[in-house]
Design a protein around this ligand. Sequence first.
Ligand code: HEM
Ligand SMILES: [Cu+2]
Length: 658
Amino acid sequence: MAIETRPEKARGTGGGGRGGVRQRPWWMRPALHTAIVGAVLGYVIGHWLGNVLASSNATTEYPSIALSDSSDVPIVLGYLFGVVGWLAGLGVFNNLLRLIAGRPAPAEAEEEESSGLARYFRFTLDHKVVGIQYLVGMIVYFLTAGLFAMGIRAELLSPSYHLFSSSAYVEIVGEHGTMMMMLMTSVILGPFGNYFVPLMIGSKRVAFPRLEALSFWITPVAYLILLSGLMLGGFPFGWTGYAPLSIQSTYGADSYAIAFGLMGISVIMAGFNIIVTVICYRAPGMRWSRLPMFVWSMVATSFLMVLAAPVLVVGMYMMISDRTAQTAFFIDTLGGSSYLYQNVFWFFGHPEVYILALPGFGIVSEILPVFCRKPLFGYRVATAGMIGVTLLSFFVWQHHLFDSGINPDMRPVFMLTTELISIPTGFIYLVAMGTLWKAKIRLKVPMLFALGMYFNFLIGGISGVFLSDVPADTTEHGSFFVMAHFHYTIMGGLIFAFMGGCYYWLPKMMGIKLDEKLGKIHFWTMFIFFNSTFLPLFAVGMAGQPRRVFEYARSLETLNDWVSISAFCLGGSILIFVINFVWSTVIARVREEGNPWRSRGLEWQVSSPPPPGNFAQVPVVLSGPYEYGTPGAPPVADLSPPTGVVSAAYADTARAEA
Ligand code: HEM
Ligand SMILES: [Cu+2]
């Protein structure tokens, strides 16, 4: 276990001598505006280079074998150079050689003013700043993708009148689905994982602050690239990008592949950083058996990210090279296989859905004992559940391919592994039931969201058992039943937990209180309208309404109208959250200093917001985080241990681990 004992390094600045600091005017310092300039310049150069390459290629003797199109080359190179320009504009590559050589970066004046608002628009190495950057980013991405959902539901108000053309409709569905699946991958790990994991394990910093900051700054550019796809004709293949459609379609497919691939790279870095931080930076006494559930969920998610996302990146890379470089990985007529794409995609795609589910369970397991004032029931069962889900999620991917020409004898195997996964998931529910049992529950807003999450995910989970059954899946596959199922797990699970996390932790992150009354109105409207949007969709699906099609049977109009109106109200409930967020953090600013929920979590033992470097001294952890109401339970940690205690706690941990 490595401990960072020098708080001045915790901010992650290069350190080094401070003599003769350069002071550049603000507009020359790397920040968001220089990044935009860099991205535009990069795009122009890449596009020009691509045109040169493509035209020289056209005159060679090689005939164009594949469906690739030489005019994809400038666009792809434009995007890639644009990304490099964006990062260069942010200053990511400044002093790179010095850093690689292990020499400290020169002191820069801008590091000095690390307290102002400006640092939120920079490549900053403080994990708490990155957490807040992620939080704001995620809210923006979620709202954008949510607007597309409103567009879809507006179209589906009528089975025949058309707000959009059929191609615009599929493009909107694709943008909504892809933006949600791509960017919401980090909706909890980004803001809360980066902010709280170091605090919860008693560390002053994360292991790799540069990787962490880079993982965030890739998300805005991935978001913009995905959106720019709309100007290039969009992509008609939903979020899954199946070949051959993705190989044949217009330039919008390049935006899809590059944005999704970039996001894969971002989550690999984010996950890697969390894993190393938790392994190497735990405070003395923070044994694995005392790790908060949220940290366990972050570790499990990070392993999934690090192992699954590379497969996505490779898939996107192969798709791009099929579209530009005359390879034929996914083109059946040229010896490739479109079936290969489905396997590659879902080998990532199924773990992805657990990347979306586990962090939610981490948050609600954290909230439950605090508001029940009881120890978490079956801590070890909960961790076993998380680890079980993580392992099993790599063995189920072909349940997405039951209908795709899979060897029929293999179907029961994947049906079995899929159904097995409900056992470790069940563990997590068991833990919740045990914790709620006979508890005096305080129904504050975070707790309401936690309970809502358990309720919604249960419906999502039970409908998932049906979909893992081959006979049911072969009829429901591709219908709105599937749509309802995964929105129950992701929107009803992940997003509800995210909201719970906001109400629970924002007082800590910003030192302000979110309005409780608006919070309750937000919860109840979101809960009611979420269910009234998605529950009828199970019926609509069973009645045969297919996904991604904008016309449907007239008999289903009433149900669809009901769903659409509920969806608009659901969108309204999210606006209540945004209003509450802006009102509480910008206008009202009611201070919340102490520990409003009386939580035992280590993160709550320091001031709000936590000071730079988190802890004045390395804390010594004395007991587990959930011993509420246990008579004689020692405090969670000694925040100012006398000299010598740290090494004693070391010896103690070493003995315990031996
Ligand atoms: C305000 C809440 C939301 C509403 C009203 C909504 C609505 C919809 C609708 C109507 C469709 C299907 C359109 C069709 O197949 O014709 C859809 C598809 C989809 N949604 Fe959502 N959605 C919401 C939130 C989310 C969230 C939070 C996620 C994930 C993080 C998500 C992920 C997806 C995906 C992956 C698709 C499939 C796209 C495809 O077929 O490729 N949605 N959504
Ligand atoms: Cu799956």
